[in-house]
Design a protein around this ligand. Structure first.
Ligand code: SF4
Length: 492
């Protein structure tokens, strides 16, 4: 709810609030610039009814954080505007993440596969040299100051010549234009030979793989003809780390209904495998995953899983086995730092089309990877054109203004008044896939329910102010070790 009050000498600035269940009796107030404060109910009532009567410490805190201002003084408004400009600096930059689907071929047949994967020797599903050259031209037409090119499949190792071509072309183009380009690749790792791994090392291609938990959980859904996907992944991981180092490979745990009772085992698997980060995400209800009813956990089950997984990561970190939960690190960065727009999947306006573009193997251009998955099941509304069209033509697609209108959380029903809105964002592609309409309805949105629950969980930790957990969270945000963080850390 937004409150704007009038007082003779102290004036309330616009803010949103949420009464927290944890800790009980606390009210979270957030303002547009992303600053926040937690107050007990009594202080909250006094703030909105008679701010002039506040005790000086709280009044000064509220003035400093942009919740109050002196009548006629524009300072707080200017500071909030500057904060907002920092958080939204990505607007107008153009797409920064460019996903190149170099092949649909893959040697796995995962039950939750979101794309129309093809067998490893199928013909006609690799990106051509001409398409790859055109994709690099489109990528460098984006005005984004730093570009990231992500290779996806299928399994990109099965079309590694295209990976080499795009990387080399993009490197040469970045050097000529004086621009920054980074690379990443999503792979099972198993088909990357020493020569490919050497190329990844030489060109600093960050690798990302999937490990869903212990062998029984992983192999249940990540299937390959020979079986043993978990063991094969661990062996490939060992080999790949010799080339790119332990921090050169990240991993994602996809949570199915089968995982929900095993959060500790999933996190422990990552710690035992030597990871310092785990990205926990539920199965997405897109593409071919939709065919398997019951595969995705309920939102409630996922949240219960996530709470235990987060606690496990904190416990390991405190015991000297540092491991961050990567999504918590993203949300904490949104809450606790001035920077909010680097993660294209959670920002406002939404990243689809504006922050990310996908170049499919056949030259189709989509607004996100999820949009490509929807197209694979017959819904091609989010295909904005062909790689032969220039960036300006792609951005003239009617899809782009529709995404802008449905991806601006500040103006959407439910989001505009939500206390978590400065740190969150709508996901129009997700809502198109799940509700048939890109705006969606917050009351029925699993995206919203999940994010509200995660924000509440993190704010409960922040409010509790446990110095040990504060240090763990600070280490996740700053990508530092606990030993690097000295002294007492306050997050509120
Ligand atoms: S999606 Fe939900 S949690 Fe996020 S801003 Fe909108 S209402 Fe708030």
């Amino acid at each position: 709810m937004t409150v704007v009050g009038l007082e003779p000498s102290l004036r309330l600035m616009p803010f949103r609030f949420e009464r927290l269940a944890e800790p009980p009796g606390q009210v979270l107030l957030t303002q547009d610039g992303g600053d926040f404060i937690m107050l007990d109910t009594l202080a909250f009532t006094q703030v909105i009814t008679s701010p002039d009567g506040l005790e000086s410490g709280l009044r000064d805190d509220l003035l400093a954080r942009g919740f109050l201002c002196h009548d006629g003084d524009q300072t707080a408004a200017r500071i909030t505007a500057a904060q907002l400009a920092t958080r939204k600096r990505f607007i107008g930059e153009g797409p920064s993440l460019h996903i190149c689907v170099v092949t649909l071929r893959c040697d796995h047949a995962c039950t939750y596969c979101q794309v129309s994967r093809r067998g490893p020797s199928a013909a006609g599903f690799d990106m051509s040299e001409i398409t790859a050259r055109a994709a690099v031209r489109r990528i460098f037409e984006s005005r984004a100051p730093a570009l990231t090119i992500e290779f996806q499949g299928g399994e990109p190792a099965l079309a590694f010549d295209r990976v080499r071509q795009i990387t080399s072309d993009a490197r040469a183009r970045a050097k000529a234009d004086g621009r920054i380009v980074q690379f990443s690749m999503v792979s099972t790792l198993q088909r990357l030979d020493d020569d490919m791994l050497g190329f990844c090392r030489d060109h600093e291609i960050a690798l990302s793989t999937s490990i869903d938990g212990p062998a029984a959980l992983h192999d249940r859904h990540r299937q390959r003809p020979a079986g043993g996907a978990f063991e094969a992944t661990l062996q490939a991981l060992d080999r790949a780390r010799k080339f790119v180092g332990a921090d050169g490979i990240a991993a994602i745990a996809t949570i199915t209904g089968d995982s929900i009772n095993h959060p500790e085992e999933v996190v422990d698997t990552y710690v035992e495998a030597g990871f310092r980060s785990i990205f926990v995400r539920p199965v997405a209800p897109y593409g071919f995953a939709r065919r398997h009813a019951g595969l995705a956990p309920s939102t409630q089950d996922f949240i219960a899983f996530y709470r235990r997984a987060l606690d496990r990561c904190i416990a390991h970190s405190l015991a000297g086995r540092p491991i961050e939960e990567a999504y918590a690190a993203i949300l904490l960065t949104h809450i606790l730092t001035p920077f909010g727009g680097n993660y294209v999947d959670l920002r406002s306006p939404a990243g689809a089309g504006l922050g990310v573009l996908v170049y499919d193997h056949d030259g189709g251009v989509y607004v996100s990877d999820e949009a490509r998955m929807l197209a694979a099941t017959g819904d091609r509304r989010l295909r904005i054109g062909d790689v032969g069209m220039c960036m300006d033509q792609l951005m003239e697609s009617q899809t782009i203004p529709a995404l802008l209108a449905s991806g601006l959380a500040e103006s959407l029903p439910g989001c505009w008044s939500c206390a978590f809105q400065p740190y969150c964002g709508n996901d129009p592609v997700h809502h198109l896939a799940t509700c048939g309409d890109p705006v969606g309805h917050r009351a029925f949105s699993d995206h919203c329910a999940r994010h509200k629950a995660l924000f509440k969980m993190l704010f409960a930790h922040i409010a509790a102010g446990d110095p040990a957990i504060n240090r763990v969270f600070s280490s996740w945000i700053g990508r530092q070790t606990l030993a690097d963080i000295s002294g007492t850390v306050r997050l509120d």
